[in-house]
Design a binder for this molecule. Structure first.
Ligand SMILES: Nc1ncnc2c1ncn2[C@@H]1O[C@H](COP(=O)(O)OP(=O)(O)OP(=O)(O)O)[C@@H](O)[C@H]1O
Ligand SMILES: [Mg+2]
Length: 554
């Protein structure tokens, strides 16, 4: 199969999932595991793609997902369309691939500078409304789109709650999304999801019934965040055992008793050290046996075992503590450094869904928040998690860059109209490639309209005409002789519900400018990489390659 055909086949898979009325895919693997999703990157990641060129598109979606978070479907569609148009120019019009590539490069450069110069809306003091709109736009196509208002608020609050000053740039605030912990719990409806600001939730429960369910002052907001001290361990808390292969010969039966006793004491001393360091809560990623539990119960300490390591790492960051791997110190002694203890206001065991969770309130360390998602089943919860991730990324991008662009195809149509015009300033063959680029961008509004079962040809014609007017004429006089400012039309895009066009900026369909710019760049790069290939050669893995066999250049 040709490179371009393979890439288009991949794009066709995700095509129907674009936009607020796009559909979801159900992916079933060989053992019957099901994923239901609308996220382009997730769909593509699950596919078993063998064709190398098609793999490039799959990787493209992953890059977009990592760098931007949202817009993974769009980027793949644009790249595939660029490929299709490029291939046509090469095979039907006889253009040399280099010319096409040069044209594409010119086009993307012009497009990006046009976005920056004209289309981008700077929001000097970003209000919550802008953020909410952007979050809502990004989740409009997802499972949580119906409760867009609720989840947009959740995403915005969560992102804002982890704000911290950047180390690299003076005076800049960054929003590390890794500080937001997303926990999924079965049961209840999705709108009963909640955000714990400055808190952390762990999917763990008390190790023993004898332990307290509550430590510190979780409900008292004014309490010090150093009330409770948490020890986070990555080791087994159980009776000490000799290492494998150690052979002890004992002549006296009493000696055996002594060894047993000593084994018990070693553990007891270890636990005593943790307790005397001041810990009120002990969490471990590994196991804990009954003997150890007994000591903790006696000391009134809340413990949990088999806590996921990743969660403990995050908790350590959130509470300003450290995950302790071993208690051995440089001198070969065992000790527990109180510096490693995380601090917080309170810890409480809460019944959520079918099980229990530990809620850690008022963390002492750097910003941390937890979103607890509720939903009917695993598929829903996973998809909600992915959708929320997209929105969190969008809010983060907006907060960090303070700029936005109208969505719903507005940017793509504006760029397309602009590039058509820009193409005519070239009297060389590149003109054709730039025109092809301009046309390729229209795949986004076209697909959006088609997916919403609207007349794409009609809508697109109206949109293009408006954008052309806004770019050429500053103002026109209407019948009554009143001047009408035409530049307002530059924010017009599709209204997919009513099948008409509207000012998407005013309607609150907005996206971070940076995500549009990045996806244009990524898509072009991917298309160029594939178009540069003129031949695919299957190398022989058997080593019969004469060059390789003869020790020639490799
Ligand atoms: N209410 C709306 N009206 C019109 N267009 C919308 C609306 N909401 C979103 N869009 C448009 O839908 C497109 C985004 O669709 P979608 O979220 O399905 O795909 P994506 O962001 O490219 O990929 P993914 O979210 O899967 O990573 C954007 O072009 C956006 O402008
Ligand atoms: Mg999206």
């Amino acid at each position: 199969m040709g490179n371009v055909t393979a890439a288009i086949a991949v794009a066709n898979i995700v095509k129907s999932s674009l936009g607020p009325v796009g559909l979801d895919k159900m992916l079933v693997d060989e053992i019957g595991d099901v994923i239901i999703t609308n996220d382009g990157a997730t769909i593509l990641a699950q596919l078993e793609v063998e064709h190398p060129a098609a793999r490039l598109l799959v990787d493209l979606a992953q890059v977009q997902d990592k760098e931007v978070g949202d817009g993974t479907t769009s980027v793949v569609l644009i790249a595939a369309e660029l490929l299709k148009k490029g291939q046509d120019l090469i095979s039907k019009q006889g253009l040399h691939p280099t010319t096409v590539l040069a044209g594409y490069r010119l086009a993307v450069k012009a497009a990006v500078s046009y976005i920056k110069k004209t289309l981008l809306v700077p929001v000097h003091s970003l209000t919550d409304d802008h953020l909410l709109n952007a979050a809502r736009t990004s989740m409009s196509s997802k499972i949580i789109g119906k409760e867009g208002d609720f989840f947009a608020k959740l995403a915005v609050e969560a992102t804002q709650s982890v704000a911290m000053a950047s180390m690299q740039q003076e005076g800049k605030t960054i929003y590390p999304l890794s500080a937001i912990h997303i926990l999924k719990a079965h049961g209840k409806s999705s709108v009963e999801s909640y955000l714990m600001k400055g808190g952390f939730c762990l999917n763990a429960q008390r190790a023993s019934q004898g332990m307290p369910t509550l430590v510190g002052l979780p409900d008292d907001e004014s309490a010090s965040t150093e009330t409770v001290k948490i020890a986070m361990l990555d080791m087994n808390l159980q009776k000490h055992r000799m290492a494998m292969g150690i052979n002890i010969q004992v002549k006296d039966a009493q000696e055996i008793e002594n060894i047993k006793q000593r084994e018990m004491d070693i553990t007891k001393e270890k636990i005593q050290k943790i307790i005397s360091a001041g810990a009120n809560v002990v969490l471990t990623t590994k196991g804990m046996d009954d003997t150890c539990m007994k000591y903790f119960v006696e000391a009134g300490i809340l413990c949990a075992r088999r806590v996921p390591k990743e969660d403990l790492r995050r908790l350590a960051k959130a509470t300003g503590g450290q995950l302790v791997i071993t208690m051995a110190d440089m001198e070969g002694e065992e000790s527990f450094d109180p510096e490693c203890l995380g601090k917080c206001r309170g810890v409480k065991e809460v019944a959520v869904g079918d099980g229990e969770m530990l809620h850690v309130y008022g963390c002492h360390g750097k910003g941390a928040s937890t979103i607890v998602l509720r939903g009917a089943n695993d598929y829903m919860l996973d998809e909600m998690d992915r959708a929320l991730h997209d929105s969190l990324c969008v809010v983060k991008r907006m907060l960090e860059s303070n700029t936005l662009v109208p969505g719903g195809g507005a940017v793509e149509v504006a760029l397309s109209v602009y590039l058509q015009d820009y193409a005519t300033t070239f009297d060389t063959r590149e003109q054709l490639a730039i025109e092809a680029f301009a046309e390729a961008l229209l795949v986004i509004p076209k697909t959006l309209a088609v997916n919403a079962a609207k007349d794409s040809a009609d809508l697109l014609a109206r949109l293009r005409s408006l954008h052309a007017k806004s770019q050429t004429k500053k103002s026109t006089a209407d019948e009554d002789g009143e001047e009408e400012d035409m530049t307002v039309y530059k924010t017009y895009g599709l209204d997919l519900v009513n099948g008409t066009i509207r000012d998407n900026l005013a309607a609150g369909v907005v996206e971070p400018a940076m995500s549009k710019i990045k996806s244009l760049r990524f898509a072009t790069e991917a298309a160029i990489t594939i178009l540069r290939i003129d031949d695919r050669i299957q190398t022989n893995p058997g080593g019969t390659n004469p060059l390789a066999a003869g020790g020639g250049p490799r």
